[in-house]
Design a protein around this ligand. Sequence first.
Ligand code: NAD
Length: 248
Amino acid sequence: MTNKRKVIIVTGAGGGMGKAVVQKLLGQGASVIGLDLSKKGMEEINHEAFYKEEINLLDEDSVKAVFKKYFEKFGKIDGLVNIAGIAQAGKPIQEVTLDEWSKLIGINATGVFLTCKEAVSYMRQNQYGAIVNVGSVSVARPRPGLQSYIASKGAMEAFSRALAIETASDNIRVNVLHPGPAETNMLGQFSSVEKQKEGLNRDVFKQSVPLGSLIQPEDIAEGVSYLLSDGAKMVTGTSLFVDGGRGL
Ligand SMILES: NC(=O)c1ccc[n+]([C@@H]2O[C@H](COP(=O)([O-])OP(=O)(O)OC[C@H]3O[C@@H](n4cnc5c(N)ncnc54)[C@H](O)[C@@H]3O)[C@@H](O)[C@H]2O)c1
């Protein structure tokens, strides 16, 4: 199972999971293009096959331009991994503003639409490609107070299944990976604003995982690597839970 010589675009590449996924794919001999709002996180990784692009994924023109640039450079785009996302601070629906809802839907769902649209148009030309979109176990097992975040990930999952059937005849696979509570900066951002002031209580999240520990970014990278690889050549339109059993 490897992704050697593949050209793979990874969004949110400077975040906790993003960096682990980039490292894993570089280690397998892929060329990786990292997209993130800032280069800061991505700068921790220095590798000749890692290309860093600062981009807001909601800017359609920039998304179009970056896909075009790397398709022209390599002549192919084999993989796309959508990891970029934002969390919702837990709160009841009455307190959620339309702006907050729109921002979550925007980055977590519309951003995925924009990158998938570009990826599919290039993958079709080579009749080959794999897309992995990162969701959340909360879609299967909701917690109170995260209604807008969960809606954004649910939209993304339904979109991914729809895209899987639409692109199967072009040999493009589209899958979702649902993480459980993972050890990254985002983890504490799901608590209520009051709880966030008290600092991150890792134990609360840890106790919610039947296998007894938080998910590590490297666990996510393993799953992404598999779904991208030809070992998963007959896997499409599915959702892989890397959640330590949290969804049960
Ligand atoms: N950490 C968890 O517990 C957890 C659990 C379930 C699902 N997830 C999902 O996993 C994914 C990765 O999360 P993480 O824990 O690595 O978080 P993270 O905050 O470390 O990384 C997210 C990255 O996305 C980037 N990003 C956000 N908006 C962007 C935009 N408009 N344009 C470009 N880049 C943008 C950020 O700059 C950041 O580097 C997210 O989609 C998140 O919803 C996380």
